[in-house]
Write a protein that binds this ligand. Structure first.
Ligand code: PAP
Length: 326
């Protein structure tokens, strides 16, 4: 089933007059869901997100107590939002029949800065939010607002192996496209991804910038991989809790809270909830579009041997010497 989302297609119409000169002078390529992607500060963005990024850069006032979840698109953002929301708010919202995750999609509980808060030239008033505030974004490190860089921020960064990231993104783009527009071919989308032309791409530059920052400032950036989280969720959840300054107490450990949070936020549980099977985000997307398979290795069912070789080669070349393996 595909959803008709006019605002994704005709994004140029939402650009505010004061942004037009800047945005429309940028390098442009055809997009997958949005009609075009624009290259800003080294990364490609749909125009609506880009306008949000620039507004956010100009107006977002970070607090030292903020927690920001940063991800490359399709690397498990929905899962990370669910986990960190549940973890941070476990006193306010103990796991029960009334837990917010049972009636809301994680994207409606932890909002993206650039396309849910600073959207369509809006400047939201975030000053009344209680600390610690929790936000999410796909903004590359070079473009995060200065006030964030200057503060004692804590960023949790999540990425995923590029082959599964690409396949997930290709499937997602085709799902969001109007049926009458047809689907994008795997080959064409793959070539663009390899050239770095994808939402918040080049994928490798996005990952590397945060990887370097996590090495230089490990108390500020926690660097996670979806693949590791799938393999060892309990270790990763404890690690997130420590990093955010809300570790599990002995009592919580003994009561099985770690496992309870993971169960609540698991793909099997979230994807089967009525809200995620038939509901929509307040921004219009079908919730079910964010739950496809939730597995590691689906790329084997889609990519040719040549594609795998090419992607592996680019990844090896780009990450060489960084100490990062994806
Ligand atoms: P976004 O960047 O648009 O927010 P994001 O949540 O990062 O999307 O990526 C969606 C992927 O996470 C999907 O992967 P797939 O296409 O390979 O299946 C989706 O299935 C997966 N996902 C969503 N929720 C969970 C979860 N609770 N546990 C594990 N994977 C999940």
């Amino acid at each position: 089933m595909s959803t008709f989302l006019p605002k994704y297609l005709h994004q140029e119409e939402v650009v505010a007059p004061e942004y037009k000169d800047l945005i429309f002078s940028l390098p442009k390529e055809s997009g997958r869901v949005a009609s075009s992607l624009y290259k800003y500060q080294g990364f490609w963005h749909p125009v609506r997100h880009l306008q949000g990024i620039i507004t956010c850069q100009r107006h977002f006032q970070a607090r030292g107590s903020d927690f920001i979840l940063i991800t490359t698109p399709k690397s498990g953002t929905t899962w990370l939002k669910a986990i960190v929301f549940t973890l941070m708010k476990r006193m306010q919202y103990p796991i029960s029949q009334d837990h917010p995750l049972l009636s809301k999609n994680p994207h409606d509980l932890v909002l993206f800065l650039e396309h849910r808060l600073y959207v369509d030239n809006e400047i939201p008033d975030l000053s009344s939010m209680n600390s610690p505030r929790l936000f999410a974004t796909h903004i590359p490190f070079s473009s995060i607002p200065k006030s964030m860089k200057d503060s004692r921020y804590k960023l949790v960064y999540l990425c995923r192996n590029p082959k599964d990231t690409f396949v997930s993104m290709w499937q997602f783009c085709n799902k969001l496209r109007p049926q009458e527009s047809g689907t994008h071919s795997l080959g064409e989308t793959f070539d663009m991804f390899c050239r770095g032309v994808s939402m918040a791409g080049p994928f490798w530059d996005h990952v590397l910038d945060y990887w370097k920052e996590s090495r230089e400032n490990p108390h500020k950036v926690l660097f996670l991989k979806y693949d590791d989280m799938k393999e060892n969720p309990t270790v990763n959840l404890r690690c997130i809790a420590e990093f955010l300054g809300c570790p599990f107490s002995n009592e919580e450990e003994e009561s099985g809270m770690v496992e309870e949070i993971l169960q609540l936020c698991s793909f099997g549980n979230l994807s089967n909830l009525e809200i995620n099977r038939s509901g929509k985000l307040s921004s219009g997307e079908d919730n079910e579009a964010f739950f496809r398979q939730g597995k590691v290795g689906d790329w084997k069912n889609h990519l040719t041997i040549e594609m795998v070789e090419k992607l592996d080669q680019i990844t090896e070349q780009k990450l060489s010497g960084s100490g990062l393996v994806l």
